[in-house]
Design a protein around this ligand. Structure first.
Ligand code: NAD
Length: 286
């Protein structure tokens, strides 16, 4: 499907990433079918979109009068039959292979032939996901960053099966969203997590070995390397459980011990100290 033919975009999953993805498509003028399994997840997603749009109005990024129009372009639904009207689809359901495979197979059977199906996976092989569908050439990774309305990057990941038209259309679509697409080929962790996670892991080793405190490690990276956030603050923001899961993907995918997750990370996860979302990780949150 060509870029100009894309008017309606389906987003599967209205969670952290899905509502952000729906937000940026609707803001760019696309009609969005936002699908989740339960009305309360849709309500929560729409509430988040509304709050984030208010923030954009305050910052002068969006005219106050445009907010209702953006919200009006999003059709939040539990009815998956609506996928049949989509011209492009992005999957953003939880990072579990079995769940992704079943959601993608279902979407594949409902979407019209030729419609591109993208996954926002952060660590699962895009090639494996593509192979589960009957449209592997029209399958691609579209890795948005959190929070989606704020972060400019989209890592666009080609599965080995992805054809050139699918790739070119996806890149052009990211530009329509005023995002900066960066191309990568499918490999464990793509570029973002392959580079980021070993840094977070090494920072955790520094704390575990008593080289420095979490605050000190973060300060070194912020003031010395000009990172806006220290690696451990960032790990708390991402979720320490998510970090361990991604490190395990890298470790398994490459079979290289340099990706083994730091025992301190595993210990914090075992304690339920998952970072910001649980109120405690490397830091305590009110
Ligand atoms: N959170 C991040 O920082 C981040 C960053 C980049 C990529 N990702 C990736 O994005 C994806 C989604 O992550 P998230 O953090 O938004 O998860 P989340 O748990 O916040 O949201 C997932 C949503 O999917 C819904 N869902 C479950 N089954 C479904 C189904 N069958 N059909 C439709 N919806 C269904 C859930 O109800 C939930 O609302 C994952 O693949 C994750 O790895 C996450």
């Amino acid at each position: 499907m060509s870029l100009d033919a894309i008017k309606t975009v389906a987003v599967l999953g209205a969670g952290t990433m899905g509502n952000g993805i729906a937000h940026v498509f609707a803001r760019a003028g696309y009609h969005v079918i936002l699908r989740d399994v339960d009305q309360r997840f849709l309500d929560r997603g729409m509430e988040t979109i509304s709050k984030n749009l208010d923030r954009e109005v305050k910052k002068g990024k969006l005219a106050d009068a445009d907010k209702p129009a953006v919200l009006g372009r999003i059709n939040a639904t539990t009815d998956q039959a609506k996928l049949a009207t989509a011209d492009f689809a992005v999957e953003a359901v939880p990072e579990r292979l079995d769940l992704k495979l079943s959601v993608l197979r279902e979407a594949d059977s409902l979407l019209r032939p030729g419609v591109i199906l993208a996954s926002n996976t952060s660590s699962i092989s895009v090639t494996t996901l593509a192979a589960a569908t009957k449209r592997p050439e029209q399958f691609i990774g579209m890795h948005f960053m959190n929070p989606v309305p704020v972060m400019t990057l989209v890592e666009v990941i080609r599965a080995i099966q992805t054809n050139d038209t699918t790739f070119a259309t996806t890149i052009a679509l990211c530009e329509k969203l005023e995002k900066k697409p960066v191309a990568a080929n499918d490999a464990p962790g793509f570029v973002s997590n392959r580079v980021l996670m070993p840094m977070i892991n090494e920072a955790a080793f520094c704390v575990m070995e008593g080289v420095a405190t979490a605050e000190a490690v973060d300060t070194v990276m912020k003031l010395g390397m000009n990172h806006p956030m220290g690696p451990l603050e960032l790990a708390d923001f991402i979720g320490l459980d998510v970090c361990v899961d991604i490190l395990d993907v890298l470790y398994k995918g490459f079979g290289d011990s340099k990706y083994r997750a730091c025992p301190l990370l595993r210990k914090l996860v075992a304690a339920g100290w998952l970072g910001r979302k649980s109120g405690r990780g490397f830091y305590k949150y009110a």
